[in-house]
Each structure stands twice: as C-alpha cells, then as structure tokens.
Design a protein around this ligand. Structure first.
Ligand code: CU
Length: 111
C-alpha cells in the first residue's frame, strides 16, 4: 500500500536527517575530540567574593550539558566539566560574561 510505503520513506528520511544533524565525531574548540565529557578551566576576571563564586557556579550549572563546576575566586578560575555535544565553550564563556565578569578561554598548551 502506498501510505505504508510513504511512511517508511518518511522514517528513513527522518533518520537520515538525525544522522546529518549529529555527526559522529565531535571536536571541541580546543581541537580535542572527546566522548561525552571534557574539562576546561576558564580565566574569570571580576570575581571578588563568595557571592561571585556562587553566581558564576549557578549560571554555569544551569546550562544543559554542564556536569560539574568549581569556581576559585582567588585564582580567578572556573573549572567546568561539560559535555561538548550539548554545550559549547563559547556558551560557557557567554554565561559568565552575562553576569558581568570577564571570562576568557584558557591559553592552549602549545604543540
Ligand atoms: Cu562578589
């Protein structure tokens, strides 16, 4: 029956779309391909107290894909464990910057 055939075609098309939208290999901004989880330390300027620390940590935790965040005010850093398939490094930086702090990407260890 043609209806059944067209449903089958639609399912195949949908599957093809999903595969196209989610390529198998993910490459993070640092050029490191990671499966599921990666950790980055952002440099964060402007944090001065415990409230800043909580604000940054909370904002980061709200992002889908962020698993763990630890913020160190003294060292001006935020260490984030995240799933690069769900959230990008730029989104992490933006979340901190929206609060009024200045987050920057860590200097890459050169090759
Ligand atoms: Cu503060």
């Amino acid at each position: 029956m043609t209806l059944r055939a067209s449903i089958g075609a639609a399912v195949i098309a949908a599957a093809a779309l999903v595969m196209a939208a989610f390529p198998f290999e993910y490459t993070s901004a640092e050029g490191v391909a990671v499966a599921g989880s990666t950790t980055v330390s952002l440099h964060v300027e402007g944090m001065t107290c415990a409230s800043c620390k909580i604000a940054v940590r909370t904002a980061l935790s709200k992002l889908d894909g962020v698993r763990n965040t630890s913020v160190d005010v003294a060292n001006k850093s935020a260490t984030i464990e995240y799933d690069p398939r769900k959230v990008t490094l730029q989104q992490l930086v933006d979340a901190v910057n929206r609060l009024g702090y200045q987050a920057s990407l860590p200097a890459q260890s050169g090759s």
